[in-house]
Design a protein around this ligand. Sequence first.
Ligand SMILES: [Zn+2]
Ligand SMILES: [Zn+2]
Length: 335
Amino acid sequence: MCTSIPYLPRQQGNLSHCDRLHRGDIMDAGGEDLRPLLRVFAILTLCIAALVPAGCSGTEPIPPVREKTTPDTTVAAAPLTTTTTEEETPMQPSQTTTLTIVYDNNTPVTDGGDALRTAWGFSCLVETTGTVVLFDTGGDGPTLLHNMQELGVDPASIDIVVLSHFHSDHTGGLAALLDACTPDSVFMPQAFPAEFKAQLGERMRVVEVTGPTEIAPGITSTGEMGSSIIEQGIVVQTADGPALITGCAHPGIAKIATRIAEKDGLALVMGGFHLKDSSDAQIASVIAKLEQLGVVRVAPTHCTGDRGRTLFAESYGERFVHVGLGSVIVIPETE
Ligand SMILES: [Zn+2]
Ligand SMILES: [Zn+2]
């Protein structure tokens, strides 16, 4: 029914990759040794207090980076649209793409996930042939790292971190993650606060995204979207076609999907659709738009809301992918 991922060495977790496809109920977040986190907060709270925004739903502070280990390496990304001297190279689809939800407020949808901790926020591990990207970092570090361990994800395997937008339920796990690993770079919208970017830039390479930008071979940013809340999603070129992953989709999931689908189509849209406060009519309008765009499969979670997920499931039928914490989507599907 499922296979391991031979190209990506991982630490031994309590669950194998195959097990991760069959996990179940939630755990609370008790029992964690919070002393390292408290130490980080003690050092950083004073200097970051002015930067803390309200999250999509929570109010957790965003732990910033606490050590200066490298020179300032904050750089601006070169948008794909600025390439004029060379012919645009079409992105090659990854042979295998694996999407693993490592942080989510929706409980596991299959058996075997008793040890996972469900909490408000979102984080998704994107594995392509050759690159491992962590898209968003959830709301807090201990929960993120705990779930990674349970899911057999080695933080050291992460090449690149991408932050969708400046809400604590998507950035809260970053500091603890960077204590556990050293990714090559962190991509974020240029709209992120200057102080946040500067602090992070003292520690590692920060890439500021404005327009559509290549993150890694076969993985691009949608570019900054929205007005009041600036956000980026990522597009992964899979064997089935482009897959769009969104954190909260504050600019509107239909609007984000339109930017991608009108050019290349969309085989999958997954992540937070931000429909939790929307009416049935509004949700129906979004579903109709995604259908019109030709979005083949949808995997809504995080801030989509139960009603939104239900209506998507009714409309999309077998093309609705029921996901929650710990869910793994492998493209192409392996039997
Ligand atoms: Zn948000
Ligand atoms: Zn959110």
